[in-house]
Design a protein around this ligand. Structure first.
Ligand code: GTP
Ligand code: SPV
Ligand code: MN
Length: 585
């Protein structure tokens, strides 16, 4: 299918509203991408990095007040407030159009409006969906080119002439006072103004693939989740696929492409941020990655923590808000032990260490996933990959064990729904405070989360053999403040335990909070973990749960759940009560 009348009509409408000087359709070719880059090099939106060490790589410095998602300016605009639910900001659709219409009106005068058709999901997949986005930012258009299958291929996937999510993005004046990210799920429409930051402005990602898609998924009986997808290959060559939800900046990109510390095991990457999951005609849950790129956190990425990412971002990559070395290479905290001399910080000023980090804590890279050395041969399989296990992970310095397993699907849904995590720099606001983040979807669920939990419970009933559900916490600290678990490549030991549980092999101990590996359950072979007494006892501590802390935790869960009133499924309260009774015994 080519450009349909419905697509044309919508683009005309937006052009009449925003008044750009010219309209350019992005057809998706590399030549068009290069033209975008050339224009951005000319107006200093981009700076070319060292062409011999980082070929075709560029640095973008954003407005210093536009560096992360702004959740307080993000709205779900449904006719009834209850349908957005207590965890979303809500604005009535008519009011939203009036208030924000006044900002976008004429906002593209003197600018180019890019029209970007994009496909979310593999070419030829029945699970893939189309969006048509317009933007007055060349940087956002170039990001969309990397992150999605953009251009003609998208139009070929329209199932009906009107079968697309429409997105209007305008930088407007970039003022935080005039910034809004609005979702109209009933109209399959997104309006984002006053921001050029990734998750606010690359509309395919959080706005479409999570907020609007989660709404559609509930109506149509599938799932749109903030999850990585990976395959764990065991020494016999068998691959088991897992999907893992973790809050922003809490380990999805790292785990999705982890290089195993455990001999004989390897991880294959299918996706690193978003999973769309459907039930096939055999009752099997299958996941696709709707994206084609990775918009990953730069700080902390180094040869030890994430060698795969370092290789992925060595060419054809956009870097945003990282520091710059005199050799024209990107740098960020945690890339090397000592910072290179004469760095420019993320705002392009000579770096003064006392003034703060050189790279912004939420600095990121935008890179093609196909460049990742661990990319799965099945990552673009139109049928998706079969999911055997689901992981919920969070950042918790205390209380929460390294890994534990749910008793069954219902208990697992409660485990995800009750999850709390320490906040990160991925969104504006205080960092490091514990908040509830059910299924790592608090900022991304496009409807009432009470209904969302009910949808999860329903999905379980449709599965022939529901995946086992696990929780993980790589971030537990001891009394001395040190991490108890080394993380990264060592996390494969935890994945191995999960796959053995799925196959009915590994042993577990029952506790009121779930099934925890028995003392010999985790494979700690190798000199680093099994050898030193200190690391063995640290692992044992990481595997423990803290009864007093957990009782407090239950109170915080109650405060979350009570907000949903009647819309919270009884099964969630049932599991909450069961946990409390177990802890009281
Ligand atoms: P979004 O892209 O924001 O959704 O985040 P993400 O979940 O993909 O997070 P990512 O993998 O980029 O991790 C962000 C931060 O967590 C980085 O600073 C990592 O170094 C750190 N991190 C990831 N995995 C581990 C781990 O196993 N242990 C520890 N201690 N830190 C980790
Ligand atoms: C996140 O914040 O969860 C991200 C980055 O993955 S963004 O695309 O900005 O939302
Ligand atoms: Mn994310």
């Amino acid at each position: 299918m080519a450009v349909t009348a419905a697509v044309e009509k919508w683009v005309d409408e937006v052009a009449r509203l925003c008044r750009p000087d010219r309209v350019i359709w992005h057809g998706g070719s590399e030549e068009e991408f290069e033209r975008l880059v050339d224009a951005m090099l000319r107006d200093a939106t981009l700076h070319r990095l060292n062409p011999s060490t980082y070929p075709n790589c560029y640095l973008h410095r954003s407005h210093p007040q536009d560096v992360a998602r702004t959740e307080h300016l993000t709205y779900v605009c449904t006719p009834r407030r209850e349908d957005a639910g207590p965890t979303n900001n809500w604005m009535a659709p008519a009011e939203a159009r009036d208030r924000v219409g006044a900002i976008v009106k004429g906002s593209m005068r003197g600018r180019t409006m890019y029209v970007i058709p994009y496909l979310m999901g593999p070419v030829g997949s029945p699970y893939s969906r189309v969006g048509i986005m317009v933007s007055d930012s060349a940087y956002v258009t170039a990001s969309m080119h990397i992150m999605t299958r953009a251009g003609r291929v998208a139009l070929e996937h329209l199932r009906t002439p009107e079968d697309f999510v429409a997105g209007l993005h305008s930088l407007a004046d970039l003022s935080p006072e005039r910034r809004f990210i609005l979702h109209f799920p009933l109209e399959r429409l997104i309006w984002s103004v006053g921001t050029g930051y990734g998750g606010n402005a690359i509309l395919a990602k959080k706005c479409h693939a999570l907020r609007i898609a989660s709404w559609q998924a509930r109506q149509e009986g599938w799932m749109a989740e903030h999850m990585l997808i990976l395959g764990l290959e065991d020494p016999s060559g068998e691959v088991t696929y897992l999907a893992a939800a973790m809050p922003s900046a809490s380990g999805k990109t790292n785990l999705a492409m982890v290089q195993s510390a455990l001999p004989g095991y390897r991880v294959w990457t299918v996706g690193d941020d978003i999973a769309w999951m459907n039930v096939d005609d055999q009752g099997q849950l299958r996941a696709i990655n709707p994206e084609r790129g990775s918009f990953g956190v730069a700080p902390g990425t180094n040869v030890k923590t994430n060698p795969s990412a370092l290789e992925m971002i060595r060419r054809n990559t956009l870097f945003t808000n990282v520091a710059l070395t005199p050799d024209g290479e990107p740098w960020w905290e945690g890339m090397s032990d000592a910072p290179p001399a004469a760095l420019l910080d993320w705002q392009g000023r000579p770096w003064q260490p006392e003034a703060g980090p050189a790279a912004h804590p939420n600095s990121r890279f935008t890179a093609y996933l196909r460049q990742c050395p661990t990319i799965s041969p099945h990552w673009e399989d139109p049928k998706g990959v079969p999911i055997s296990g689901i992981i919920f992970g969070a950042r918790r310095s205390r209380e929460v064990p390294l890994v534990f397993e749910a008793f069954d699907w219902q208990h697992g849904v409660y485990m995800g729904a009750s999850m709390g995590t320490e906040t990160t720099a991925a969104a504006t606001g205080k960092v490091g405070v514990v908040r509830r983040d059910p299924m790592a979807m608090l900022p991304f669920c496009g409807y009432n989360m009470g209904d969302y939990f009910a949808h999860w419970l329903e999905m379980g009933k449709r599965l022939a053999a529901p995946p086992k559900i696990f929780r993980v916490n790589w971030f537990r600290r001891g009394a001395d403040g040190q991490l108890l678990w080394p993380g990264y490549g060592e996390n494969v030991r935890v994945l191995k335990w999960m796959v053995e549980r799925i196959k009915g092999k590994a042993r577990a101990v029952e506790t009121p909070v779930g099934l925890i590996p028995s003392p010999d359950g985790l494979d700690l072979t190798g000199p680093e973990l099994a050898g030193p007494e200190a690391s063995r006892s640290a692992v044992a501590e990481a595997l423990s749960y803290d009864r007093e802390g957990w009782l407090q935790e239950l109170e915080e869960q109650r405060a979350l759940f009570e907000q949903f009133g009647e819309r919270l499924p009884a099964a969630i309260w049932e599991e909450h009560t069961r946990t409390r009774q177990g802890l009281a015994r």
